[in-house]
Design a protein around this ligand. Sequence first.
Ligand code: ZN
Ligand code: ZN
Length: 266
Amino acid sequence: MCVQIEISGNDELLIFDCGTGFRNLGNDLLNSGTVHKGRIFITHPHWDHLQGFPFFKPFYNKDCWFRIYLPPQGEIGCKEILSGHMSNTFFPVSMDMLEADLNCETFQPGKKLFEDYSIEYMWATHTVPTAIYKIKIDDKTIIFSPDNELMRDKGKETTQFQEDFRAFIHGADLLIHDAQFTSEQYATRVGWGHSAWEDVVEIAKEEKVKRLCLIHHDPDNDDDKLAMIENEIMDQADSSFESLNLAKEGQVISLPRIKVNKVIAE
Ligand SMILES: [Zn+2]
Ligand SMILES: [Zn+2]
């Protein structure tokens, strides 16, 4: 799981999550030959969102500069989490051996403003504290929510979480959302922290999301199964969305001013 947002006219990299796709992205960046500067926002420290972290080659270049953000995990902050992930038990290279100029910041709730964009988050329904990031670039809004269980309390009317979530995504230009299961699969996986695509499509449609990209496919759903699911989604999709698809490795989604590159592998 790794998504890059490219903003035309801005050389600073903007990256979300560091799963295995993060390694591929690092190699691509290296091949481009330039020195890199960037900000990396991690939603939460589950393996599938951090596995590529130690293998990102620009971290081993002293001319590169990165700022890394992670929401607080209870009392534990960004640096402690990443240092633990890179401790000698798990990997031979520790955080302080990385040569790039790196800084880890625990991202407390609130809005951060950068040159061309702002970023904030709300808490997802997941098994650990997890961000749903909202990025605003000019008049465009992108929501990145790879791990989120929309319907945990389905029996109840509408929960406060669902109301907040709807307000947060309302009218978004692009929503990249967890759709690990089909409704049928979800029935036996309530509480696992993930959503069924049918629920995501319904809510996104009601909240007038313009483009919807479904991500975080179940590892047991192979390409054939995913192709079947995508066909079914297309059958049900009407003209509500400007685009609707399952995320694919290396996929690029372009918005009028900006471009979202996706490098996914889970
Ligand atoms: Zn997770
Ligand atoms: Zn995940």
